[in-house]
Design a protein around this ligand. Sequence first.
Ligand code: GLN
Length: 181
Amino acid sequence: MIGVLSLQGAISEHAHVLNQIGVKSKPILNRDDLNGIDGLIIPGGESTAIKKLMAYNHLFPAIKQLIQDGLPTFGTCAGMVLLSQPDSFDMLPATVVRNGFGRQQQSFEADLTFKALAKPFHAVFIRAPYLKNVADNVKVLASIEDKVVAVAKDHVLATAFHPELTGDVRLHEYFIDHFVH
Ligand code: GLN
């Protein structure tokens, strides 16, 4: 059972992809919803809004504790921001640059090569962040020039783009196969 943090942003799309690959999910709206989950997805949206709503719903400390204790977690876009920021979950030693691709490229698409995937992944970036100054213990999975856009560290996976929007289920499968199981 995978929890999808369901406060703001691209929520139902993640549940849809999980359903497509035969994985059960449930929305996380309050602390009780966290019981019994084997993994967590933190979707894209607006990281500041998600952070405020997590505080309001008393979710932030509970989720932070679970992630620190090893809950497999996949953050996309704003989810990557929250996993990186020192004053949020602080799980990825790296500097996150919000809206890092600037005004001209608020949204764009790119084909990214992942070692773990046989064919490139067509990635949709929407006001996306990127990571820089990535510590050695963080595995870089994909970059655009010097901007790091997909990483893994221990039980945490994060992408700067939205893998739930393109109908390509491979990164969700990768999360389930390599992080949850
Ligand atoms: N720019 C947003 C933020 O920093 C993230 C955008 C997204 O999730 N598509 O929260």
